[in-house]
Design a protein around this ligand. Structure first.
Ligand code: NAD
Ligand code: LMR
Length: 332
């Protein structure tokens, strides 16, 4: 029997990530090749005409899984009955800005969108924040939508996770599909900690630790980390626009694994509400290694943390605490 369609909201759908993301969702990249979807697309009135153009293209693409499109500038209509909300809309970072610089422009938007989701979304709606500063925006949404369970509000660090996989794959000249279990700890910002201490590569001789294969701790503890931390800025410098296709693809990876589960023996990185695991202060949205099953994520527990990692995990947590204070000051 055909499955019931899932309603997926994309805010900022007329923007560049939106333009890359909605066809992926309509093709089944996010929820599977047998899962019909109804797309809800929200943007602001100045972008209404462009949004309508995106809707026209979705019709023209004749996606078999796409059972309907709602394109609107009305937040309540956009949120009505949605099962998944991908929050992309907002003011993006430009060259020379840190992600937190866009905070004052964005937090009040998310406070009002939180209320709309709380009022109109389907029960148990899963939320993914992509718009920057993604962790703190997710926290604001969680705080202002108290009836949405904290475990349903997440932010995107899968792009950073995928970037880390990509760097290791290039360095070792192995397919990216053979590299797994990197971790992004903390903030989706230049303080994030990309950690390869538990990462492995599948080789003809079995799974081998990345450190053993790379044989260059100086690179792994230095240039590798800064490359991943600074990759967003490098893309902005090269394209004069922030990443879009890789961000859209990572958003699909994030929701797909959350809903359909992570493969056995593999974890992914997700920004989730901290419960104090790994001595990360509770009450922050912090990126952890997680596994997913039956639509729920669980933080991978018990990984040994060395001194260098501890320092880096603490410093990104500190930045998140500062961002949280700044976000609240923008709201008052
Ligand atoms: P964009 O400017 O191309 O698109 C943003 C869209 O949001 C625009 O169409 C704009 O009209 C719309 N918008 C503005 N205010 C809105 C509101 N109140 N409600 C609904 N829509 C609204 O930007 P983009 O390149 O698509 O990036 C979107 C966001 O994603 C930015 O914040 C960017 O920094 C962030 N980003 C995050 C990641 C990540 O990994 N977490 C990666 C890339 C980009
Ligand atoms: C990215 O990581 O590509 C995005 O967060 C865009 C940015 O501002 O860096």
């Amino acid at each position: 029997m055909a499955k019931e369609p899932v309603r997926v909201l994309v805010t900022g759908a007329a923007g560049q990530i939106g333009y890359a993301l909605v066809p992926m969702i309509a093709r089944g990249v996010m929820l599977g090749a047998d899962q019909p979807v109804i797309l809800h697309m929200l943007d602001i009135p100045p972008a209404a005409e462009a949004l309508n153009g995106v809707k026209m293209e979705l019709v023209d693409a004749a996606f078999p899984l796409l059972k309907g499109v709602v394109a609107t500038t009305d937040v309540a209509e956009a949120c009505a009955g949605v099962n998944i909300a991908v929050m992309v809309g907002g003011f993006p970072r430009k060259e020379g800005m840190e992600r937190k610089d866009v905070m004052s422009k964005n937090v009040s938007i998310y406070k009002s969108q939180a209320s709309a989701l709380e009022q109109y979304a389907a029960p148990n709606c899963k939320v993914l924040f992509v718009a920057n500063p993604a962790n703190t925006n997710a926290l604001i949404l969680k705080e202002f939508a108290p009836s949405i369970p904290a475990k349903n509000v997440t932010c995107l660090t899968r792009l950073d996770h995928n970037r880390a996989l990509g760097q290791i794959s290039e360095r070792l000249n192995v397919p990216v599909s053979e590299v797994k279990n990197v971790i992004i700890w903390g903030n989706h910002s230049s303080t994030q900690y990309p950690d390869v201490n538990h990462a492995t590569v599948k080789t003809s001789a079995g799974e081998k630790p990345v450190r053993e294969l790379v044989k260059d701790d100086e690179w792994l503890n230095g240039e590798f980390i800064t490359t991943v931390q600074q990759r967003g800025a490098a893309i902005i410098k090269a394209r004069k626009l922030s990443s879009a296709l890789s961000a859209a693809s990572a958003a699909c990876d994030h929701i797909r694994d959350w809903v359909l589960g992570t493969p056995e023996g593999t974890w992914v990185s997700m920004g989730v509400y901290s419960d104090g695991s790994y001595n990360v202060p509770a009450g922050l949205i912090y990126s952890f290694p997680v596994t997913c099953k039956n639509g729920e994520w669980t933080v991978v527990q018990g990984l040994p943390i060395d001194e260098l990692s501890r320092k880096k995990m603490d410093s990104t947590a500190e930045e998140l605490s500062e961002e949280k204070a700044l976000a609240y000051s923008c709201l008052t």
